[in-house]
Design a protein around this ligand. Sequence first.
Ligand SMILES: C[S@@+](CC[C@H](N)C(=O)[O-])C[C@H]1O[C@@H](n2cnc3c(N)ncnc32)[C@H](O)[C@@H]1O
Length: 243
Amino acid sequence: MIKRTIKLAEISVVKRPLPTAETPLIPAYLQQTYWWAYLHPRAVHFFERSWLINLILLGNYRRLSGIALDALGDALDGATLQVACVYGDFTEQLRRRLSACGRLEVVDVLPIQLVNLARKLPSDPRVQLTCANAENIGGEAARYERAVLFFLLHEQPEAVRRATLAEVWRLVKPGGSIVIIDYHCPDWWQPLRWPLAAVLQTLEPYALDLWRHELCHFLPAPAHILRQQTYYGGIYQLLELRR
Ligand SMILES: C[S@@+](CC[C@H](N)C(=O)[O-])C[C@H]1O[C@@H](n2cnc3c(N)ncnc32)[C@H](O)[C@@H]1O
């Protein structure tokens, strides 16, 4: 397993992607399906606008990020894992919820995304950015109190989604929480149902898996569901699990 930990201070002076020899392989689905959103330097610049991300989420960015953050809690002690970077200020809002002795690790497979995230964050020794594939973050099991996945799983092919959830399951302590916000099958009456299906089919084909199955279907083990709720006519969902 190839993994590289990048300290904020270090990454903030790195103005270009790190050499590939030091970083994990870029998954095929990111290169083929999502190059326009995450890999291309101009794409990062283009998408890093709160209003645009809010538009993509049909005006729900603030609401959904607030729901995820509230599910995680306030004054977060111990270790929190954020799997994958997010455009906008999600990580900064999460950082502000850390207690004095809390820690946050953000894992992403793309150095360009970590560099972009580092640019958005103030220097904070409690925050660590790590370049690794979510399928195989590695290291000691049960080392996080909680984990959050904000709009990651719909981007992944099923095998990758299952591996990501299995890895998160392995890394969160028994009794810890896992908070997921993602797409869901809209209610029949939601007028955006079919336009959204067409957009997802074209741009985000794996997202339709989440229309066909509840998220629990992809978990490695039966989980204790703390909360499962849909929003905006069923288009979005929160799944909060006890590990
Ligand atoms: C969280 S998702 C999408 C979030 C949302 N669309 C946004 O940015 O507002 C995007 C991130 O997931 C990362 N990512 C995708 N697959 C990954 C994987 N297997 N391991 C780690 N990071 C991954 C991408 O590099 C990208 O930074």
